[in-house]
Design a binder for this molecule. Structure first.
Ligand SMILES: *[C@@H]1O[C@H](CO)[C@@H](O)[C@H](O)[C@H]1NC(C)=O
Ligand SMILES: *[C@@H]1O[C@H](CO)[C@@H](O)[C@H](O)[C@H]1NC(C)=O
Ligand SMILES: [Ca+2]
Length: 177
């Protein structure tokens, strides 16, 4: 009886260890963390411009293909994705609209952090999009820890359109917010 019990206990321990271990491995090599994440934006400027279109896994840059976002023309439009956990984010790949209006994205900021003050737009500035991307462009920076990734476009009468946003991290931090 004693032997059986300790065998079961040991088996349970091994199973627990494997579960934790493989769980950590998966978290560390997840690829695009934004894919199918919860996305929101400051406003909806057009029926086919839902915030979720920037995390649908489709880089199509033709707005008519219904895979890009679209805010109203407004002051300081923004878009945000929730990664669900805190990650050490090292780069963000953005696909700009290609059928027209590339210049609209010039000056947009990539902000990353754990706070939702000012809708997350006060989080750490990771990079600024100085020239409008022609197609898909990756922005690399010194890693920033955060759960929320914002694309913030400061200015008057701006429209924010994103066809895809992909987020890559070195690792998942073992804390939850
Ligand atoms: C943008 O990219 C397309 C296709 O990759 C290319 O044909 C075009 O010349 C580029 N335009 C500019 C302004 O770089
Ligand atoms: C982006 O970050 C990931 C994870 O750190 C890394 O594997 C990948 O090489 C980076 N890509 C670029 C283009 O810097
Ligand atoms: Ca898309």
């Amino acid at each position: 009886m004693c032997y059986v019990m300790s065998y079961i206990r040991m088996a349970m321990c091994v199973i627990l260890f494997l579960t934790l271990f493989t769980g950590m491995c998966v978290a560390d090599s997840k690829g695009n963390l934004a894919l199918n994440g919860m996305a929101v934006q400051s406003s909806l400027g057009h029926p086919q411009g839902d915030a979720q279109n920037a995390v649908d896994g489709n880089r199509d840059s033709d707005y008519k293909k219904e895979s890009c976002t679209f805010t109203k023309t407004e002051f300081n439009p923004w878009w945000r994705v929730d990664l669900g956990n805190v990650y050490t984010v090292s780069n963000v790949t953005i696909t700009n609209r290609g059928d027209c209006c590339k210049e609209r994205l010039r000056g947009a900021q990539i902000r990353i952090g754990n706070k939702l003050d000012n809708n997350g737009n006060n989080n750490e500035l990771a990079a600024t999009i100085l020239t409008a991307p022609n197609g898909t462009q990756t922005f690399s920076f010194e890693s920033v820890n955060g759960r929320y990734v914002n694309i913030f476009l400061p200015g008057n009468d701006e429209i924010l359109t994103l066809c895809e946003v992909e987020v890559f991290a070195e690792k998942k931090l073992l804390i939850n917010i």
